[in-house]
Design a binder for this molecule. Structure first.
Ligand SMILES: [Zn+2]
Length: 250
C-alpha cells in the first residue's frame, strides 16, 4: 500500500482506491498475458521434470552401484565359536574364536564403508552364543544373508586351503560368487571349492546362509596368513565383492 501511494503520489485513501482500480483495469490484458506465459512456463517445467524423472529411472541403478551397492540389504555376520567354545587351536597358539571375531569385524567395516548394508554380528566379543541364537538373529532381522566365519582344522598338518559351504541349493550361486572373489586374491593356498555342508547354522537357517572356512589353523602356512591384518583386509574385500556381485547379477 505504501509503495503504491508513493508511486501515484496520492495519500488520500479514496484516491488510492480509485487509482488502484484504474491501474488494475489498465493492467488486465497484461496480467492475462502474464498468466498465459506463467502457465506455459509451468507447463514446460512440468514437461521437462517428467522427462528428467524418466532419465533418472534409467540412470539411477547404474549410478547407485559404486556408492551404495547393498542399500536396503541386511547381512548377519557370524564369528564362529566364542566364549566356552574356542574352536580349533593352531600350532602357533592361534585360537579360532579370536580369528573369526577379527575377520567378522573386518568384514563388517568393509560392508559399512562400501555398501550401505545394515550389518549385524551374532557376537561382538569373546562370549558364548549358542547356534540357535545365531540362527534366530538372522530370522528376526529378515536378513538377506547369514555369513558364518570359520577356520578349518585337520589331524594332519599338511592339509590346507579354503572352502565355501552352503546347504540349500538356492545358496549355491552366492557361495560361488564369494568363493570366486576369494580365489581371485591368489592366497597361496588350496582351492577346496564350493561344497554342500550340513552345518547347524546352514541347515537351521531360514535365510540364505554361507559358512566360510578361510584356511586351516592346523596348517602352519595357513595359520600364519590368517593372523595377518593384510589377510583380514584382503579376504574381507573379496567376500564383500562376492556378495555385491551376487546381488547385482540377480
Ligand atoms: Zn569353526
Amino acid at each position: 500500500m505504501r509503495r503504491y501511494n508513493k508511486r501515484t503520489n496520492m495519500t488520500n485513501d479514496e484516491a488510492t482506491y480509485r487509482s488502484k482500480k484504474l491501474k488494475k483495469s489498465k493492467k488486465a490484458p497484461k496480467l492475462a498475458l502474464l498468466g498465459v506465459l506463467s502457465l506455459l512456463v509451468v507447463g514446460l517445467v512440468f514437461y521437462y521434470n517428467i522427462n528428467d524423472v524418466r532419465v533418472d529411472v534409467e540412470v539411477l541403478p547404474l549410478m547407485a552401484v559404486p556408492g551404495q551397492p547393498l542399500e536396503g540389504k541386511t547381512i548377519v555376520i557370524d564369528p564362529g565359536h566364542g566364549g566356552k567354545h574356542p574352536g580349533s587351536i593352531g600350532q602357533l597358539g592361534t585360537m579360532e574364536r579370536d580369528m573369526t571375531l577379527q575377520m567378522a569385524k573386518e568384514i563388517e567395516q568393509e560392508l559399512l564403508e562400501r555398501t550401505g548394508a545394515t550389518v549385524l554380528l551374532t557376537r561382538k566379543q569373546d562370549e558364548t552364543v549358542d547356534l540357535q541364537q545365531r540362527v534366530d538373529m538372522a530370522a528376526e532381522a529378515s536378513a538377506d544373508l547369514f555369513l558364518s566365519i570359520h577356520f578349518d582344522a585337520f589331524t594332519t598338518r599338511d592339509v590346507e586351503g579354503m572352502t565355501t559351504y552352503h546347504k540349500d541349493s538356492h545358496d549355491q550361486p552366492i557361495a560361488q560368487a564369494v568363493h570366486n572373489r576369494l580365489m581371485e586374491k591368489n592366497f597361496d593356498t588350496r582351492d577346496r571349492g564350493v561344497r554342500v555342508g550340513d552345518y547347524y547354522v546352514l541347515r537351521e537357517n531360514t535365510v540364505p546362509a554361507l559358512l566360510l572356512e578361510l584356511g586351516y589353523i592346523s596348517n602352519e602356512k595357513d595359520e600364519t596368513r590368517m593372523r595377518s591384518l593384510q589377510f583380514h583386509k584382503e579376504a574381507s574385500q573379496a567376500i564383500v565383492e562376492g556378495v555385491i556381485d551376487y546381488f547385482h547379477k540377480r
